[in-house]
Design a protein. Sequence first.
Length: 72
Amino acid sequence: MKKFFITIALLSSLAGAYCEYGRKINESYVGGGKLATYDFGQGRTLSFRFGSGQSIPYSIRFDFYKYIVCED
């Protein structure tokens, strides 16, 4: 039973292990909105488009395996 709880605890701690942090390196205005580019290291960059009234975060977490933005 003890091994079961340790396994569950380990798996739950690894659930967000694939979310990588990226920091904003560029921001520009494009077509009525803003385009923010984030650097995740190892030559990987992604650009996200935000509306003109939205705030743009300095850093973002992204899962490259599922290709989705990770929630905090």
